[in-house]
Design a binder for this molecule. Structure first.
Ligand code: SF4
Ligand code: SF4
Length: 187
């Protein structure tokens, strides 16, 4: 009988652990990451669920994770990390999953818009030191080169006050620079 050619390192779970150094088993599913995530309402798979799926490795989990929208919504703000009692660095996991999603050509169709949104978000911070929601939307629309296109994510985030929280929370320029660096590295 043929021996399977794949080995342990081939599973998404072990790839994540090897690439990021994050010990997935340390997560005990308290849910604090998801509760604190500013993008949780937009996500299709919650941050703690991504970790759970990686832990359990149930059939089809790789596909579900790599084609999720959530991995593209993550802004690498590390709010989850600051709240996690187990110091699970989710942003690193998300970053690896995005790379792997591209490599395996599993990118969620909506992610293309999200990437443009990330860039508009960055430019807005860079130019103003804080977010101006209207400016952000215009910049976003210009970047898509499709002014007639409805951008579903941005108005929905604005309506829920997700964007408005940033000007108050991101006060000093050092903090902005840090976030900017993180997002650029991940973008
Ligand atoms: S906060 Fe940490 S331990 Fe709790 S569910 Fe999230 S990653 Fe797991
Ligand atoms: S780093 Fe990503 S998953 Fe964690 S709170 Fe920020 S946006 Fe959510």
């Amino acid at each position: 009988m043929d021996q399977p050619t794949h080995h342990h390192a081939d599973t998404l779970k072990s790839q994540v652990e090897e690439a990021t150094g994050v010990a997935l088993s340390h997560c005990y599913q308290c849910g604090k990451c998801t509760a604190g995530c500013p993008l949780n309402e937009e996500m299709d798979v919650m941050p703690n669920q991504i970790l759970r799926m990686l832990q359990l490795e149930l059939p089809g989990y790789e596909e579900k994770i790599l084609s999720s929208l959530s991995i593209w919504l993550c802004l690498a703000c590390d709010t989850c990390y600051s709240r996690c009692p187990q110091e699970v660095k989710l942003s690193q996991v998300m970053d690896f999953l995005r790379q792997e999603s591209i490599r395996q050509e599993k990118v969620n169709p909506e992610a293309k818009d999200i990437l443009k949104f990330h860039k508009a978000f960055l430019n807005s911070i860079k130019m103003n030191g804080k977010l101006h929601e209207v400016g952000l939307t215009i910049d976003y629309k210009l970047r898509t080169l499709n002014l007639m296109q409805d951008v579903q994510l941005v108005p929905s985030m604005m309506a829920k006050g997700k964007l408005a929280i940033f000007p108050h929370q991101v006060q000093n320029t050092k903090e902005i620079a840090k976030i900017f660096k993180r997002i650029s590295e991940n973008g």
